[in-house]
Design a binder for this molecule. Sequence first.
Ligand SMILES: O=C(O)C(=O)C[C@]1(C(=O)O)C=C[C@@H](O)C=C1
Length: 303
Amino acid sequence: MQNNYMTSEDPLDLERIRSILIRLEDTIIFALIERAQFSLNSKIYERGAFQELKDIGFDGSWLEWFLKETESFQAKARRYTSPDEYPFTPADQLPPPILSGNGIPKILFPNKINVNPSIYAFYTRSVVPRITSQATLELASVKRAKGIVGTSEYEDDGNYGSTATLDIELLQAISKRVHYGKFVAESKFRSSPSTFIPHILKPNPTALAELITKPLVERAVLARLFKKASLYGQDIGADGEPKRVPIIGENNEYQKLWKLDVESVRELFERWIIPLTKEVEVEYLLHRLDGLSQEQIDNLSKK
Ligand SMILES: O=C(O)C(=O)C[C@]1(C(=O)O)C=C[C@@H](O)C=C1
């Protein structure tokens, strides 16, 4: 079943856009599960931590280098001509596409919004430490149950390539989810331009934020995420049953093992992804009339 912004009959149908957001939740949860299997590996986020990178003339962090190399290839394959794909590497450092044109109909109003610097910051500073510390605790509890003490090797496992590859998958999935806010905003705008136009002409981000906010939808998103994470995050053994370890100090009591801290998934969306999606929506709307003539605006106002 194909389901992206290009293949639907009406790419701006809000329910269709929301179904894409729902699918991206799964992509993000599964990528979080994969990333949580590795240690924090904080070295890959520190600029200048690898002499080998300095030797080849790269000043940034290991992850920034990975992004630049990966995105350079993807830029050549015209990934970033698509309106739902945005690079983390500054555009002037990426090569042009080798294919001309992109065959993609213009659905969005022209804009320059790219909130990836914010995504990169919260992801590296808050999300990775949060999901890997849980995994570290789980492993530590298994070790303690086995009578082995110590957790330090779980903070750096040396898998810098695998870790950065998974980080990029996650960053790109989160970025797509957040920038889909542009499609949501365009859809909401077109359904009632006259509601938005006064707050765009006399820029009022607070009023626009109120107009695009749907508390019931947000609550449903968070409840669904908690359910999904509780299902996908369980560690299932070879026998098809959830894995368990004995609780220390309790006779015959066991706790389930998790591949991911379920609460961290909801927190990621509640604290970061939804607020940033809304920021994208508001920013997009603020510039929705840029360059339009008075006549064009008047015509839109009649709708
Ligand atoms: O579904 C919408 O209407 C959106 O704007 C998306 C979203 C979200 O990020 O999940 C953001 C703001 C709304 O309050 C509800 C949900």
